[in-house]
Design a protein around this ligand. Sequence first.
Ligand code: ATP
Ligand code: MG
Length: 367
Amino acid sequence: MGKNIDVELRNIKKTFQSNVVVQNFNLQVEQGEFISFLGPSGCGKTTTLNMIAGFLEPDEGDLFIKGQRMNGVPPYKRELGMVFQTYSLFPHMTVAENVAYGLKLRKVGKAEAQERVKRVLDLVKLPNVSDRYPKQLSGGQRQRIAIARALVIEPSLLLLDEPLSNLDAKLREELRDELKRLHQEIGVTTIFVTHDQEEALSLSDRIVVLNHGFVEQIGKPLEIYNRPASEFVHTFIGKTNRLSGEVVEQDGSRLLIKTDTGLLIRAGRQERSFVQREKVKVFIRPEKIKIAPAVTGQGGENQASGEIVMTSFLGAFSECEIHAGKLSLSAKVQMADSSINLEPGRAVSCSWDEADVLVLPTERDGR
Ligand SMILES: Nc1ncnc2c1ncn2[C@@H]1O[C@H](COP(=O)(O)OP(=O)(O)OP(=O)(O)O)[C@@H](O)[C@H]1O
Ligand SMILES: [Mg+2]
């Protein structure tokens, strides 16, 4: 639809000494998009962000911002706002001086600078702290000031490197909602780095899942969650039950799989095609497993009877571990339908829908 592309990475590669830390990185970020880089520690998130910002140069590949090739262009000429992974406010400057710093560099006049500082401090909901020093602020307030400082120059692109990771759980969530509101309000194109799947799922228009410097998948949160491109993506994005087995029957794109423990699993329509007798891995998320009091004389598809061995009450739901013969299953039960007794020792039967079964081929393990 002819959308403007704000950032483009073409075949970006980065090596430190002989370590390849980013490779084959291809991405187009549309104007106004909120993109997350999601992946475990060391997968190359900060390195990639630093190449976009200009603090690092790629070894290979091309980087474009608003259609202009940026390789070799210094950071201050890229008109970006950036919030770094570690606190980065100047300790000897007040909040107002910190926020105004980028404006001073750009020789914005005093009156206008004051006005703009006031506006961004309102935006991050901290209008009354301009005379304080960073050490007189809480961790969450400091991160908001860091965000204000990045926004005050009205950047064409906002880069955020784990801005919430040093905060406690409740504050993280609050600031996450705030970021979402901010983005809806000002619509600045944003690249957000995180290793927290919930943050990525809740904030992003699209997520780039990274693993050891490789892009595993780029997609909308729902696509990443429901149609993962690989086992890595599926397991990184949430808890899951993993079983292995063999395809014993095919019916269009539906499959019947017999697991190594003898369970029969019917899997609904899959993206990939499989052949008869193919070894596969089967995944079912804990929240998709339904638990009922044990019934006798069963053994059909998508069922397993067993015994609860452990239950953890977590407020809105409970997590149960169930042993069914040699198989161990984890289930997440909403406490709203807690008519069932979940005490350890209880005999239960587990079941799930074929639509909630994900099948992936076995042989891509080597990567
Ligand atoms: N200046 C450097 N010299 C050598 N190796 C580096 C350098 N910077 C990063 N690395 C290595 O590159 C890899 C990617 O690092 P990077 O900082 O991009 O990871 P990250 O995904 O941001 O991780 P985290 O979530 O822990 O911040 C790591 O293995 C790291 O040790
Ligand atoms: Mg990092």
